[in-house]
Design a protein around this ligand. Sequence first.
Ligand code: FES
Length: 169
Amino acid sequence: MSTVAESIFSPATAERFDKLVTIYPVKRSALVPMLLYAQDDLGYVTDAAVSEIAQRLDLLELDVRNVLSYYSMLRTKPAGKFNVQVCTNISCMIVGGYDVLDHCKKRLGIGHKEVTADGQFSLEEVECIGACCWAPAMQVNYDFHENLTPEKVDAILDDYAAGRGKDVK
Ligand code: FES
């Protein structure tokens, strides 16, 4: 049973949150996982999500917003259906990370943290995504794409646009 009378989240997420608040010695430790699950559930972290999470964790909404604004992987606005995150941290930077990012900007016609007019793609420049051995790398939603070149990026984006991307259901 949910710990809030009327959850704004899907039943599965509400159930997950009910469990999350019980597994940490301090309730507040569930905050970052909850924000990530909320984002997956709703597409971004809405004001209503902030309010419910604060209630669930006995925090002030301000406490939740302070954490929300700290982590760049958390969004307060909708992303595109396919969120393209290009790493420009050191390993990627020295083998063409910025070329990949610039190519994505040109190809999609959007900049950092922007969404294409049709809502299909959004773009972000991000720090290390843990794929340094296969740099330059990017992530589209939860899928990694590595050893990138502008040509490879084109093929990957074509695949997503055509519904053939790795995580297209
Ligand atoms: S520096 Fe780009 S994945 Fe680590």
